[in-house]
Design a protein. Sequence first.
Length: 316
Amino acid sequence: MPGLRLVETRLDQHFFRFAGRFMTDWDDLKFVLAVAREGSLSAAARALHTTQPTVGRRVAALESRLGARLFHRTPSSAELTEIGRTLLSGLERIEGEILAVERKASGRDAGPSGIVSITAPEWFCAHVLAPSCAEISAVHPDISLELAGDARAANLVRRDADIAFRLRRFEHQEVIAQRLGRIGFGLYAAPGYLESHGIPSSQNGFAGHFVIAMQGDAGPVADLAWLTETAHAARIALRTDSREAQASAASAGLGLACLPHMLGDAIPALSRLDIPVPERELWMGVHVDMRALPRVEATSKLLVTHIQKRMAAQRK
């Protein structure tokens, strides 16, 4: 296809010929990739923390410079054109090369200073990571921390975060994963709820009880499978992937909730039942190109020390 070869030639020239314009063009590329991945301008705007008109302008600017239309747009969606689909892998290759350069160049010689972004489940940010920030700030005052609580797994390769904590192993080969131990989980309820409904029994599938469950599409979550099997006779009162929301609902007397001990034990309005619940593994992930950066290395070491102390105390 002559037209496609022309666009590919323009693409290579546009991104690699003029170093002075390199990062400006990379900014536009990020917008195009976000629309391709999210499926609409509005969804891409939310992912990039900007506005829909801004996304539209940046996509149009790159299309104009490439001389090709990359998306079929409707009010609610944006679908890649044939040329867009053909160029997508090339755009992602360019993204990977640019991010690799950024990772190797960003602060390797600056010492333990600068911004370190960390992502983890929201409850883990609030109850485990946030308390450790004071210690990190005291030891390394030039480091500024960013915490993002998100149930979705951050993409460390795309620089969504510098450090990520997850309750399952990282699968990408470019992520250095460290197993930190096992997180204990328990079944919790408000005392008032237990007075009204009694202690649940696994012998009858928690018959007569209400449970607060994860969403069905939450992925391989240990307690989701356990609840489905153990509490098969109970009624689902609420589904939410937010552990904080689960804890709040259980505290209000809505029903039984599976919660991490680090969260449930810290809430006076909840009682932990003597019913075994599967534990989960805690992993920390850092991109291979980021782990040697002084600010990332210093932060990760202090976080690991703090977390392992918390985990040891929780087992006592």
